[in-house]
Design a protein around this ligand. Structure first.
Ligand code: SF4
Ligand code: SF4
Length: 362
């Protein structure tokens, strides 16, 4: 934990500074961490447009609690959680990272000498939160901590709060855009933009199978398969789960739009799906039988730009106060989702067409 904090401080000290100054923010957010590896937090810290420090300012965030990157520690840190639990402090968004183990396998602080388990925190804060976001596959579906034989009884947030709406942002870890844009849209009061799929994921990020947008798809069609990870060709025989995994990784790309697993010569292992990492995602690097991938779907239209502009110019008293701040804040939400649309429209496949391949053989 300390190591991660120090790494975060070294990497982006302004984030720590912004978190310290965010106490006056108007939107209260609590980020809990249960059974997980902190990878989701580390992914969020890599966000670059905006970076987290800018986002805190623009979304007027008060991150009241985040075990890895918050400034207070010990009882001081727990005070804000207790205020929310008792109802004296509002809670706009509860973000949960990590799965929820049964009973005493995960303890977060104590009250009058009695340890409080993580499940109790999720239940009590979840009942007070206006919105609940489960970041990462562990929180969304149980993920790696719930893999068979699951000795700690790890479960998802929805399993623990079945009566609440939970927005799931799976991924191991999730793309920073998926987390930050969802949070931004919710905090700006546009949660009705978020259309969820049957697994509670925002459709805008998880609308189609990776196989349908993969840069190596033409290789698959041409039956040109890689036998080793470093080779050109479709990675199907190396265990690629792209035909059974939904996410916009091939379009959005990672690390400032540089790459993602398949471009980096690694098969998709299905990290955004319910059931990961058990079958049919395991055993990794062994092919799945007869992938029955449905045909491509059109990207969802998520943002009505005209309506948004109208709202931006007419409303001076909605969520956002200053004109400049308002435009910047709206731009953030639009830019991110607009970027998704841009990537989607501009997608290309890497493999040669049948004609090109035939030409090169001559
Ligand atoms: S590499 Fe994976 S996702 Fe891409 S075409 Fe092959 S099987 Fe499909
Ligand atoms: S390509 Fe597959 S394994 Fe890689 S991040 Fe995307 S969903 Fe996860």
């Amino acid at each position: 934990m300390l190591g991660t904090t120090v790494a975060a401080a070294l990497y982006k000290p302004e984030i720590i500074e912004a978190l310290g100054a965010a106490a006056t923010g108007e939107k209260h957010v609590v980020w809990l961490q249960g059974a997980g590896c902190t990878g989701c937090t580390m992914s969020l810290l890599q966000t670059d447009d905006p970076d987290l420090a800018e986002a805190i300012e623009w979304f007027r965030l008060s991150i009241d609690f985040h075990p890895t990157i918050m400034v207070p520690a010990g009882n001081n840190a727990l005070e804000s959680l207790k205020g929310i639990k008792e109802g004296s402090v509002p809670l706009d968004v509860l973000i949960v990272e990590g799965a929820i183990p049964k009973g005493g396998y995960c303890l977060v602080g104590e009250e009058e000498g009695k340890p409080i388990n993580f499940e109790e925190w999720v239940k009590s804060l979840g009942s007070r939160a206006t919105y609940i976001i489960a970041v990462g596959t562990c929180a969304a579906f149980g993920g790696i901590p719930s893999a068979r034989p699951n000795p700690t009884g790890c479960r998802s947030v929805k399993d623990v709060l079945p009566e609440k709406t939970v927005v799931n942002i799976p991924g191991c870890p999730p793309h920073p855009d998926w987390m930050l844009l969802t949070l931004g849209v919710v905090l700006l009061g546009h949660e009705n933009w978020i259309e969820l799929d049957e697994l509670g994921r925002p459709k805008v990020f998880y609308y189609d199978y990776i196989h349908n947008n993969c840069q190596r798809r033409q290789f698959f069609e041409n039956l040109t398969f890689a036998e080793k990870p470093s080779e050109d060709g479709c990675l199907y025989f190396l265990g690629c789960r792209g035909p059974i995994t939904k996410s916009d990784c091939p379009n959005r790309l990672w690390n400032k739009g540089t790459s993602y697993c398949i471009i980096s010569n690694a098969p998709c292992i299905g990290c955004t799906e319910k059931g990961f990492p058990d079958e049919p995602f395991a055993p990794f690097y062994e092919k799945i039988e007869n992938p029955d991938c449905p045909p491509p779907v059109k990207p969802p239209a998520t943002v009505d730009y005209d309506a948004l502009r109208k709202e931006s110019s007419q409303s001076s008293s909605n969520l956002l106060s200053g004109g400049l701040l308002r435009d910047a804040t709206l731009a953030i939400a639009v830019a991110g989702i607009g970027a998704t649309a841009g990537f989607l429209l501009g997608r290309r496949r890497k493999g040669p067409s049948k004609g090109e391949e035939a030409k090169s053989e001559r």
